[in-house]
Structure formats: structure tokens, C-alpha cells
Design a protein around this ligand. Sequence first.
Ligand code: PYC
Length: 404
Amino acid sequence: MRRLFSRERMWRRQRDVQRRYDVVIIGAGIHGLAIAYYLCKRGVRSVAVLDRSYLGSGNSGRNTAILRSNYRTPEGIPFYNESIKMWETLAGELEYNLLFSQQGHITVAHSDTTLSGLQVRADANQVLGVNTRLVDPSEIKKMVPAIYIGKAARYPIIGGLYHPPGGNIRHDAVVWGYARAADRMGASIHTHTEVIGITRRNGSVTGVRTVAGDILAGAVVNATSGWCTTIAQMAGVPLPVTSFPLQACVTEPLKPFLNKVIVSANLHVYVNQSGRGELVLGSEIDPYSSYSQRSTLPTLEMIAGHTLELFPSLRDVSIMRQWAGVCDMTPDYSPILGEASQLKGFFLDVGWGTYGFKAGPVAGARIAELIHTGKIPELIRPFLPSRFADRRLVGEKAAAAVST
Ligand code: PYC
């Protein structure tokens, strides 16, 4: 009898780690797996992806899966916009249902100052060809009937930034889709294989030390999040990164009623309904540096209270789960992408703060291009590690969901 469901494994169970690969990637989240996938597509197939835990166990499984490119800087807008274009075709390319929904993204404003910040973003987006515009409260209400726009709110909504290409996706599926595709092209994925050292000689990387033995490599990529400084320190590469938790939670599943991602810049909360019906709610980063992946009651109260100011009809809905991811914040709210100036062959795809998931495709493709060709792709040039020493910071003020 023909089986309705394939029992084929999504990716091969790797037993022994080889002693040599052309490229070793540390971190089996969206960034590490995307780099492996795009390297394989370019014909570089001696690639290992290592992770100390299970696939997508870091921020790839902890983010709120919001996609958008409505940034503020001339460096950030084209970069994230390229990612949006890649998201649009990714499910077909990976032959995997990613529950991609380009439903639109609205950042609501409750103050004049916020609204003028959003106007700057709308203008910058339009100049660079990104579909973003200001909308008034009645237009918001038409698109999102459940939102409260009345004057009785503590902070009434006075307008918003509407970004039709934004949306959401199933983050686990993205990780699995990239892993399966990279594995099929020959990449080796080794979970539960912690890196404990980086080996180097005469200013060049030579490989990694792991709990499963030493591995030689021509190139090593740090594609970790939360612990990017720990890995970089092993290579003698200091990073200007401080890590903070960011908490999120999910409600019980509801009938579909919200088909826009809603962000309040002033209330520091964002809400979207996943393809599975759950509301995914998130907050800004915690106000203290920590590596905790645990959740706290004050943050839950804050998220719930502010969500109810936007959607009072949700008052009887239960929260099912709450968690935190660890965000590696840089001084200019922009990632660090490229080869480390201190160590040849050691590549960085780190410093992703609160904005890493949505950039997985573009960062993966461009870092793979850099490793393969040795040439710096223009889209990542503004984010090179050398910008801190060169004092050329980017200053992406629209990096967080909740920024203006
Ligand atoms: O940048 O859209 C965003 C975002 C959402 C949650 C955290 N960051």
C-alpha cells in the first residue's frame, strides 16, 4: 500500500563529525542553515553546521516571526527589502510550506512625535521603492476592525505606518526547510556538538575544537545569537555587543480575526495572529543585560495590559506560553556581517539584536557569496565589522518593532 506520509528523515542523522570541511558554521539557526544552503547552491558542499543544542533552539525558535522592510536608513531599507523579496519565493524554492503570509504590517502612533518619526520612515521607504505610507485611524479601523481607536483609550491612536509587504511566517518551518534543502545538497548538520575553541595560526583560522573532537576548516562562521561574543572571544575577536533578553508569549488559538501585524511604538507591544490561530505577542528588550531565556510576570502583565488597550475584546483570552530569547545588541542597532579584521577566514553573521530572523535569507545569501567569491557584496558593506573602528555607524532607529 502506498504510504500517505513519507517516513523519510528531513535531514540525515549525522553520526561522526568529519575531521575536515571547507566551511564550518557555528549555529544551526536560520542564519547558519541559510549560509549552508546558499553555499551548497554555489557548489561549496564540504560544509558542516554545528550547534550545541537542537536545530533552531536559539532565537530562530524564540522570535515572533514578523517580516518587514520598513526601516529608516538608506543602508537598512534595501538590505531588509532584499530579504522580503527572497521570502516571497522561499517556500517554492525550498518546496516546503512556510505558512508565509504577506498580510501587511501597521505601526500605530499615539503621539505627535511618534507620528512624525513614522512620516520620516514612510518618506525614506518611498524614495527607495518600498511600499510604506501613513494612514489615519479610520483607515486602520477599516483594516483591523477589532482595534480600539476611540478617545477613551489612555493613549488614543492618532495614525499609523502601513507597510503592505510585511507579514509573518512559521519560524520553525523556515529552519526545517533550510536544513532539509542544505542536507539534500550535501551539507552535514551536527546538533548537540558544542564548539569549545577556535584554532588559528599566523592570523588565519584553522578550524574549531568541539566536544566531538577537533575539525580543520578553511573558513569558520560565527552565526550564533545570544552567545555571539562567547564564540568570538574564542577566536580572539572582541565584539561591541551587549546581550539582553526579549520576552514574548502566545495565546490559545482563536478563530482568524486579525490579518495585519500590529505594532505600537509607544506601548512597546506587537501582536499578530499566526497561521495556527494563536496570537503572538511581544515586548521590547528587558531593561537589564542577561542571558536568561526565562519569562517574568511583570513583562507578561505589561504585554497583556498594553495588548488590551489595543484590543479590549481579548480580555478573556488565555496565555498559553511565555519565553525569552537573548538579543545581541550593537551600538547602532545593526548587524555585524563580514570577515573579522583580526582573523582571516573567521566570518561574522552576528549582532542581530531584535531584527535577525527577518534577515535570514539575505544575510545567508550574502555571507555565502562573500565566502565563495572573496568579494564583499554591496548590500552588506555598511555592516562590516570594521565600521566601529572606522566610526561609520549606521544608526538604524527603526530596528526594533517598537521603535519609531
Ligand atoms: O523588528 O519587527 C521587528 C521585531 C518584531 C519583534 C522583534 N523585532
